[in-house]
Design a protein around this ligand. Structure first.
Ligand SMILES: Nc1ncnc2c1ncn2[C@@H]1O[C@H](COP(=O)(O)OP(=O)(O)O)[C@@H](O)[C@H]1O
Ligand SMILES: [Mg+2]
Length: 140
């Protein structure tokens, strides 16, 4: 995996996500950082399909957390945008998911504050110069 990818279009974001998914292990927490529309949910779609999840990954208005079980892992996709603080995040079952060894992909992880483990992976998405261009950066 490189540290930085310049992608053009969702297919390329999915391809980077598939490569990243190959490294994931149970218990991994992945913080997806970037503005609305930067591609966090799109990236999650690529990870979910690589892990063999059956259910489509969407950007639901009211669901904060969606489970995507597969034979390889329990992928849990969280969108914490509407939450305020770590207490809210605990209330949606954060500790339970960690205890179950889920792979957690978390949009708006700042809401979770100190709950984010020190060993969490960080992926940053930035809008590019054109409508379909994005930069995807992986923290070391
Ligand atoms: N290279 C790209 N990667 C990801 N999304 C892209 C890309 N190019 C265009 N898009 C569009 O940008 C939007 C990204 O939305 P989404 O993944 O839901 O963002 P976020 O979850 O960060 O708010 C989608 O409408 C998608 O079709
Ligand atoms: Mg999203």
């Amino acid at each position: 995996m490189n540290a930085r990818y310049e992608v053009e279009g969702v297919e390329q974001t999915w391809a980077v996500a598939r490569e990243f998914a190959a490294e994931l292990k149970p218990g991994d927490v992945v913080c997806l950082e970037g503005d609305l529309g930067a591609g966090k949910t799109t990236f999650t779609q690529g990870v979910a399909s690589a892990l063999g999840a059956k259910r489509p990954v969407t950007s639901p208005t009211f669901c904060l957390v969606v489970e995507h079980p597969s034979e390889r892992a329990l992928l849990v996709h969280m969108d914490l945008y509407r939450l305020h603080d770590a207490d809210d995040v605990l209330a949606i079952g954060w500790e339970d998911y960690l205890a179950r060894g889920a792979v957690l992909l978390v949009e708006w992880p700042d809401r979770a504050g100190d709950l984010i483990p020190a060993l969490a992976r960080h992926v940053r998405f930035t809008l590019g110069a054109t409508e379909d261009s994005r930069t995807i950066e992986f923290a070391p």
